[in-house]
Write a protein that binds this ligand. Structure first.
Ligand code: PRX
Length: 632
């Protein structure tokens, strides 16, 4: 019987061995720690060819009974959720498990009245306010599939996501706070659903007291609907393999795909990994700074911590408002013990100077975490030394939207730490490196494409509405392997260092964008004939976006046109995907078959023009010199 809680290195090693030698027995004993309405008949069926993966077959459950109901007896008065507002002058709110349960049930009752039933898709487009947590859990309670869209996405991006998954209800707010600014939200929804005929109702949370347009018969104020609802709501019985949520993520094609996670396996894996990676203790206060619009927020603000009966903090604001000490002030204010953030936030706070950190005691901190992109050594040391005061283990957690939960990471206080290295795979995760042909690269001190050869419970099941795309993207590159899209090194002791994406995906401040997706947005601008986008190293964001653009006749290659192109990207994707540099070119380096040689464009963007390789096979070799000479 595997222990749910790993307490030392020997436990880890034993669990890992067991998970490889007897995966089904291993996961059975982990899954036994949750509440099931009916136990599963069979642990696993799988093949990576179709792909077809099923865990805990015929098991029946509701994840919210595991996140909420089962804690009520022992932890009813324990704080489940602390909400810290954008403005430090506004009061924070603390919800006990009992209160959170009641809010979720009331929201679920509202949704039920609006006609939401099991299997319906609900789009949640909300800022980081408590109602976002209630909405996610209320959908799960009813068995509706939530599709949370980050509230920074634009009209077009939102409309695409609503349409792709056929949502009939959108939950949103009047506006949102972001540092010193207030930004409209509901008007974005209004515009988006003009092209989404399936949307019947829009539920609106009042965050800013803004006078907004409400459409009769379609738009409903949440606080008004709520006043009629009681605080108990029977949870819908779900099958392990029923869909729990869809979360859109970018890949190497122009269209983001809806990654689908299912109820049973996702629950088992995120609770287990939350517990062990952060070594959560009953009285700890845990804070993950991600937005619930991304997978990190789903798995490690909401589901993982609540499954383990933890106290989880949700923050509405930004790291730099009202000043760059805000994170550290919140840590002292709420006596946060575990703090999980992204390297980009650390690097931007580093740039504001250490005095902002030194102004706070941070004595409550016990564990630090990093996620979303490789953390460079300088940022690692700064974080470890100034925030963790050299005494807090810093776990660098590697995983993806598609993996559902953390895959490679140190376990806080248990594993040895090596700066900028994610570490060893967690129990149940059978990683390997392969070369171009898919041959396994064994040994240490080696580098290759990171793949996984055995299923784990929270893995992607499909891409919504297009299973073939799931097969193509993740399971067709190498036979019988899940391909992550990342390159990695395996070092002494088997620990991994993640190098980064090897496909046409750019990781900007820990957020993924496909180059084709950004090019599509740029090409919407009528002055643009063609464009090519690559990533380049950026001090704060990790990677920045470098766009090479060919303009049409008569368009002037000046900053005004640059601004217009940036606006196209803001309109089609959102501010988060704004290009950092736009270079106007007269052509692009293409092979005779018309393929753009991105390798050359990447080198130029990185400033490495000395080793561009053989360019003689290009359609127009001279274009390379022109582009290199005009580099920004
Ligand atoms: O390239 C890897 C990088 O982020 C990608 C996954 O992005 P997303 O699905 O948006 O999920 C981000 C949060 C889990 C990966 O393919 N990545 C994520 N974590 C790390 C990382 N790269 C290096 N080190 C990490 N700790």
């Amino acid at each position: 019987m595997a222990n749910f809680k790993i307490q030392n290195k020997a436990d880890y090693e034993q669990s890992f061995q067991e998970s490889v030698n007897q995966p089904e027995a291993f996961w059975n004993s982990i899954a036994d720690n949750y509440t099931w309405r009916k136990k599963w008949d069979k642990t696993l069926e799988w093949n990576f060819t179709d792909p077809d993966v099923k865990w805990f077959i015929n098991g029946k459950l509701n994840i919210t009974e595991n996140c909420l109901d089962r804690h009520l007896e022992q932890r009813g008065n324990k704080i489940a959720l602390i909400w810290e507002p954008n403005d430090p002058k506004e009061m924070s709110i603390r919800y006990t498990y009992r209160e959170l349960h009641s809010h979720v049930c009331r929201m679920a009752n509202v949704l039920k009245k609006l006609g939401v039933t099991k299997g319906d898709r609900v789009c949640i487009y909300l800022p980081m306010i408590p109602e976002l947590a209630f909405a996610v859990l209320a959908c799960a309670r009813l068995g509706a599939v939530h599709s949370v869209v980050f509230a920074g996405f634009s009209v077009n991006a939102l409309a695409d996501r609503i349409q792709d998954s056929g949502c009939k209800l959108v939950i949103t707010s009047d506006g949102l706070n972001r540092g010193a600014k207030q930004i409209p939200v509901k008007s974005v929804v209004d515009e988006a659903i003009a092209s989404c005929p399936l949307v019947e109702k829009v539920l609106v949370v009042n965050r800013l007291n803004w006078p907004i347009q409400m459409k009769d018969g379609r738009d409903i104020w949440y606080h008004e609907a709520l006043s009629h609802e009681g605080d108990s709501c029977q949870a819908t019985e779900m099958d392990s393999e029923d869909q729990l949520f869809i979360l859109y993520t970018s890949g190497s094609t122009g269209k983001p795909k809806g990654v689908v996670h299912t109820c049973g396996g996702y629950m088992v894996y995120v609770g287990y990994t939350f517990q062990n990676v952060f070594q959560y203790n009953e009285s700890d206060i845990y804070w993950c700074t991600a937005d619930i619009g991304w997978i990190t927020g789903h798995s490690y603000i909401l589901y993982g911590p609540l499954l383990q009966g933890a106290t989880t903090l949700m923050f509405e604001g930004v790291p730099t408002f009202p000043d760059p000490g805000r994170f550290w002030q919140v840590i002292d204010k709420h006596s946060v013990n575990s703090f999980y953030t992204a390297p980009t936030a650390i690097r931007s706070l580093m740039a504001s100077g250490v005095d902002h950190v030194l102004a706070y005691s941070l004595h409550s901190l016990k564990v630090l975490g990093s996620v979303g992109e490789p953390i460079n050594e300088e940022a690692w040391h700064w974080y470890h030394t100034h925030v963790g005061k050299g005494r807090c283990p810093l776990v660098d957690t590697w995983w993806q939207t598609e993996t559902g939960g953390i895959m490679i990471s140190a376990l806080a206080g248990i594993s040895d730490l090596k700066p900028a290295h994610a570490g060893l795979p967690l129990p149940g995760i059978q990683t390997l490196l392969v070369d171009n042909e898919g041959n396994e690269i064994t040994g240490e001190g080696v580098e290759g494409y990171l793949c996984i050869k055995f299923p784990w419970p929270s893995m992607i099941r499909t891409t919504y509405g297009d299973h073939e795309r799931c097969r193509q993207t993740y399971f067709s590159n190498y036979k019988n392997l899940y391909f992550t899209g990342d390159g990695a090194r395996r070092e002494e002791g088997g620990i991994y260092r993640i190098i980064g994406r090897v496909d046409d995906v750019i990781n900007v401040s820990g957020h993924r964008f496909g180059t084709a997706e950004i090019e599509n947005a740029i090409n919407q601008n009528k002055k643009v004939v063609e464009s090519a986008v690559v990533g380049f190293p950026h001090d704060i964001k990790g990677q920045g976006i470098y766009a090479y653009v060919i303009l049409g006749e008569g368009a002037s290659n000046d900053n005004h046109t640059r601004d217009e192109i940036v606006e196209s990207v803001v309109e089609y994707i959102g501010r988060i995907a704004k290009p950092d540099k736009i270079q106007f070119v007269s052509g692009l380096p293409k092979t005779r078959s018309g393929k753009i040689m991105r390798r050359i464009l990447r080198k130029i963007a990185e400033g490495d023009t000395s080793s561009l390789g053989d360019t003689s096979t290009l359609l127009d070799p001279l274009i390379v010199d022109e582009i290199a000479n005009g580099r920004l």
